[in-house]
Design a protein around this ligand. Sequence first.
Ligand code: FE2
Ligand code: FE2
Length: 199
Amino acid sequence: MLDITIHNAFLISKKYLETTNPKKFEHSLRVAQIGQIFATKWGVSKKDAIITGLLHDIGKSLNKREMLELCAKNKINMFDFELFENITALHGKAGALLFEQEFNKNDLERFNAISTAISSHVAGSENMSDLGKIIFIADNVEPDKRNDIFKNIEAGKFKDLNECIREIIELKVKKSNKSERELNPMLLCTLEAIDEEER
Ligand SMILES: [Fe+2]
Ligand SMILES: [Fe+2]
């Protein structure tokens, strides 16, 4: 079992993704880089943002059947959307389980915070930490996603993390309406939760 360090996170990201999914490996490096920028901007541990960015997509090294089996074996709560519409949406939950297999719990608080952020990066969750929010945002605004949100963040157009998440989810809703592809309903729960946070 490994200590939670940037070096080890890089090795594990490489181990899972470099050959199975090289595009995701490169994407993970970009998410770590952008996560680091947001961590500095929004007062979160830079180190944890880099580590979580590097590891957030290790679940993508698995195929759909492996994701399902891993989650089922660990009695992870799976939603209808994940089971019947888009099994790949389980890669966050599966990735968190892989993280838990690889790293030790010497620092339990960080272990749990990183695991939760990996698990919820796909569509958010009801009680997102700032680390979870930063990774969700970085994942959705890295240059390959081809939207203006990163530019707008840099230009100071969003007052906080929640405003930025709202913009990302609204964009996803618009895209889903256009393409008639079903939206992950967890995104709407996340939207409701951040609205609730502000009430
Ligand atoms: Fe992902
Ligand atoms: Fe990602």
